[in-house]
Design a protein around this ligand. Structure first.
Ligand SMILES: Cc1cc2nc3c(=O)[nH]c(=O)nc-3n(C[C@H](O)[C@H](O)[C@H](O)COP(=O)(O)OP(=O)(O)OC[C@H]3O[C@@H](n4cnc5c(N)ncnc54)[C@H](O)[C@@H]3O)c2cc1C
Length: 394
């Protein structure tokens, strides 16, 4: 068994599968290792769909990553014949008064500014326009919409599977169902110890998602918070075609008078499959070990009454399914991608604060560039980020 590599990727979810694929493309001798068999439903990358949008309200410096990710996913689709990215258009609804904020204050205005700055095709809609174009949304008089033409959704499980397939075909070693117990650096080499063996490499990229706080221990304590989130699929009352892609966009709704926004997707599973809608909670912290995986009937009822029925009269309270998923948050909702303070050959990359999937293909590429060439082509917008003036493809 091969035990010595140029690079090891620890965790093969969204970020790790992208990194391993990109390392293999560059001819780096790489090992990817995961405690489960990705794609799986225990971390942060399951639930059929993830919104992708190009004008990034969490920080316009993320837009080059989203643009580059779309290019990469289209390339992988061509190479593998898989369906990864569906363009549906995306609607962000907001209003001037007290309302929920999506991730950061000023999300709506930031989104618009990013669209203008990066030339992202969009329209501004008033409530009447929204009702006319998208009658499924029961918006009120003072609500406004930002509509982005190239927004849509990604299929996270298919993205991960495709990148792992390509990584394997490109020569990377993929070890599944093998838990890493720890790692250490000495004399410029990293030693990774798993339940089944030991591996050595010049570089280690740790992309362990919500398990990261546990793996890194006290050095990083307090930087990340893991939070349980729930995804719901509510059935439509009328024809599913009313909520199908083409008629119904992906959306984020900064709900008036509420603390948390809602977001959702068109119906992609046909009649009875439901329309996936979710909100966020930022009150209670958890861990992947302790989290309640089951969704209680009271949670489903509350979600329907508070955030679905008043907004989408065409959806019923019948819930086709509901699943729990994990956000790994930083205090400012930004990403942590940086060398380990005590182990310079180790790059920690992952906690993407609930908005990382859309950027993961380009982040994987950037991480592989850092490993192979010493620097990434796109600036990595991380927690406490300051622009370096480096090249941006946007
Ligand atoms: C409900 C929900 C909705 C979201 N919606 C969106 C959205 O619409 N748009 C968007 O862009 N982003 C969204 N996100 C965020 C995005 O999905 C995440 O940022 C991204 O999936 C995180 O990927 P990751 O690789 O960091 O973690 P994961 O995909 O969880 O991967 C971590 C991997 O590490 C492995 N691992 C952990 N510990 C070990 C160990 N000791 N040994 C070996 N392997 C280990 C795990 O098994 C796992 O496979 C959402 C997230 C959630 C939870």
């Amino acid at each position: 068994m091969q035990t010595s590599f140029d690079a090891i990727v620890l965790g093969l979810g969204a970020m790790g599968s992208a990194t391993l694929y990109q390392l293999a493309r560059r001819g780096v001798r790489a090992l990817g290792i995961d405690r489960f068999s990705p794609p799986h439903a225990l971390g942060s990358s399951h639930g059929d769909t993830r919104i992708t949008r190009l004008a990034i309200g969490e920080g316009e410096e993320y837009t080059p990553l989203a643009l580059r990710s779309h290019e990469i996913w289209r390339g992988i689709e061509r190479e593998t014949g898989r369906d990864l990215l569906t363009t549906t258009g995306g609607l962000v609804v907001s209003s001037a008064g007290p309302r929920a904020t999506c991730h950061v204050p000023g999300f709506f205005a930031n989104t618009l500014a990013a669209a203008k700055r990066h030339g992202i095709r969009h329209e501004l809609l008033d409530a009447r326009d929204i009702r006319r174009r998208f009658p499924q949304f029961a918006v009120s008089g003072d609500e406004v919409g930002y509509y982005e033409h190239e927004a849509g959704f990604l299929r996270p499980e298919a993205c991960i599977a495709a990148q792992l397939d390509l990584a394997g075909r490109g020569g990377a070693v993929v070890r599944r169902d093998e838990k890493v117990l720890g790692f250490e650096e000495s004399r410029g080499h990293v030693r990774v110890v798993s339940e089944r063996g030991e591996y050595r490499a010049s570089r280690l990229v740790v992309t362990a998602g919500p398990w990261l706080p546990g793996l890194l221990g006290t050095t990083w304590a307090g930087r990340f918070t893991v939070r349980r989130q729930v995804l719901y699929w509510f059935r439509e009352k009328g024809p599913v075609a009313d909520f199908a892609p083409g008629r119904f966009p992906v959306f984020i709704w900064e709900l008036a008078g509420q603390a948390q926004p809602s977001y959702g997707f068109p119906a992609i599973d046909g009649p009875g499959g439901g329309v996936k809608i979710a909100t966020e909670q930022h009150e209670a912290a958890t861990t992947p070990e302790a989290v309640a995986r089951e969704v209680a009937p009271e949670e489903i009822r509350a979600m329907y009454e508070e955030k679905v029925a008043p907004c989408f009269p065409g959806l019923s309270g019948e819930c086709a399914r509901a699943v729990a998923c994990l956000y790994t948050m930083t205090a400012d909702c930004r990403f942590v991608i940086e060398p380990h303070p005590q182990m310079p050959s180790v790059i920690v990359a992952s906690p993407c604060s609930g908005h990382g999937f859309k950027h993961s293909a380009a982040l994987g590429e950037a991480l592989a560039q850092v490993v192979a060439d010493g620097r990434s082509r796109i600036d990595l917008p991380v927690s406490g980020w300051k622009p370096s003036g480096r090249e941006s493809p946007a």
